[in-house]
Design a protein around this ligand. Structure first.
Ligand code: MG
Length: 457
């Protein structure tokens, strides 16, 4: 049985085994108690916005978390089946002290999770996440008398509020004039309803597949090449201009070109940035493991790129501090602060369609203009001490590299980079290498593997 994981982004486990309604209620009480303790305006009644992806276990866990919040005297606004970015948008729109999303993102249907957002729409930083986790384990919860118990209300305005914010960052008429044919694969997750609505309002001819929010995933949910053959076929068969794939909580977006070819998730944030940079000179923030294609696009536009530790909250936080015009992660996550500080597939779709509309170029033309690199992502078992040793040995070996130690060790060379970092959730070290081509990448991978074998045996 896999363990219940409590990390910076919240809690994740197997429904009915490690993640039960009792656990969810206590986690809700822990988060609620934390929010009441950190509230500057003491005496003010707090509310928390709660939504869920389409997993069948979602209603049970949402009700349980809401019960926990009510028991400590916090009101709950239930916004139902929505994407993760929707909760980020709505909690700020409604003036909530925090938000909770019941989702296990791209994990299989047996899993579910509880993701926490603070009043700014961003997940708690490591130190605050640690405090919430400790409170959950210590079971020191706020307790109120009956008149103060929280109440649950329901809000159905999410789609309209969110779409209005997305519309404000693009020019609807330019996109609508093109009448793009778009295939949208929502994997029967939470993004189908709002995704179709947005694309329809952008004047697209939408072919929706797997758009029932049943949580019975039509294919393995992570939006990677091997899981999207159905979408690729549909784009080719329909003669569409583009195919979009969302993950179950619709924060990630993968793209299929007009020939039915999967272009890879790394291009999503790069294409979005290319459009934004064409309108605004500014700075982008992405994590250390994101492709340097974004550096190329930024350089061409006279813009800058900031690199952050891996983790959505780290990117979003850096974006706010540096007033970034765009940001995200190479896993298909695009963040535009004008909509919200959360990775958002709707933002990704709108910005990419706008780029296509303004340039008059197809997806494959845009991709070949950007070019590409060879990227290898692997992982191996290692504990903290072993990981530290591996990084030290790599530092001794790669003396000609520029080194960034924000999150593990990232070594930058003229022809690419090597990133070694520990996973946030398991005793695993990740090795990401991006180089001009496969054979150069292999020489670096071999060098790291030599070090690894010497240390791990
Ligand atoms: Mg996700």
């Amino acid at each position: 049985m896999s363990e219940l994981i409590i990390s910076v982004s919240g809690m994740r486990g197997i429904v009915g085994e490690t993640l039960t309604p009792a656990v969810a209620t206590e986690y809700g009480r822990a988060f609620g108690t934390f929010l009441m303790g950190s509230s500057e305006s003491s005496g003010v009644r707090l509310k928390v916005c709660v939504g869920r992806d389409s997993r069948p276990s979602g209603e049970e866990l949402l009700s349980a978390v809401a019960a926990g919040l009510c028991s400590v005297g916090i009101d709950v606004v239930d916004i139902g089946i929505v994407s993760t970015p929707c909760v980020g948008v709505m909690l700020r729109h409604l003036g909530c002290a925090g938000g909770i999303v019941i989702t296990a993102s791209h994990n299989p249907v047996e899993y579910n999770g509880i993701k926490l957002l603070l009043s700014n729409g961003i997940g708690p930083a490591a130190e605050l996440a640690g405090q919430i986790r400790q409170r959950y384990f210590d079971k020191e919860f706020e307790r109120v008398d009956p008149p103060q118990f929280g109440q649950v209300t329901f809000d159905k305005t999410t789609d309209a509020v969110h779409i209005e914010k997305v519309m404000a960052i693009i020019e609807r008429e330019t996109i609508a004039a093109k009448g793009f044919k778009v295939v949208l694969d929502s994997v029967n997750g939470a993004g189908g309803r709002i995704g179709k609505d947005l694309l329809g309002q952008l004047g697209c001819d939408v072919v929706a597949i797997n758009d029932e929010p049943t949580g019975i995933f039509a294919h393995t949910p992570e939006p990677t090449k091997e899981n999207l053959t159905g979408l690729c076929d549909k784009v080719a068969e329909a003669g569409a201009d583009i195919g979009f794939a969302q993950d179950p909580d619709a924060d990630r977006l993968a793209i299929v070109d007009e020939n039915g070819g999967y272009i890879g998730e790394e291009y999503t944030v790069v294409l979005a940035a290319k459009y934004v940079f064409s309108k605004m000179k500014g700075t982008a923030a992405v994590n250390l493991s994101t492709s340097r294609m974004i550096d190329d696009v930024a350089r061409e536009a006279g813009c800058e790129v900031i690199r952050t530790a891996v983790g959505e909250a780290n990117v979003a936080d850096a974006m706010v501090r540096n007033k970034c015009v765009i940001g995200g992660e190479g896993n298909g996550g695009v963040i535009d602060l004008r909509v919200g500080p959360v990775r958002d597939s709707l933002v990704g779709m709108a910005l990419v369609l706008q780029l296509m509309a303004e340039t008059g170029k197809t997806v494959s033309e845009l991709v070949s203009e950007i070019g590409g690199y060879y990227v290898s992502k692997t992982k191996f078992a290692a504990d903290k001490d072993q990981a530290g040793l591996i990084c030290e040995k790599a530092r001794e070996l790669f003396t000609d590299a520029k080194i960034n130690t924000t999150d593990g060790y990232r070594f930058d060379f003229d022809d690419g980079w090597v990133h070694l970092r520990m996973s946030n959730t398991e005793p695993v070290m990740r090795l990401i290498v991006e180089m001009e081509n496969e054979s150069i990448a292999k020489t670096y991978i071999d060098k790291v593997n030599d070090i690894r074998e010497k240390i791990l045996g």
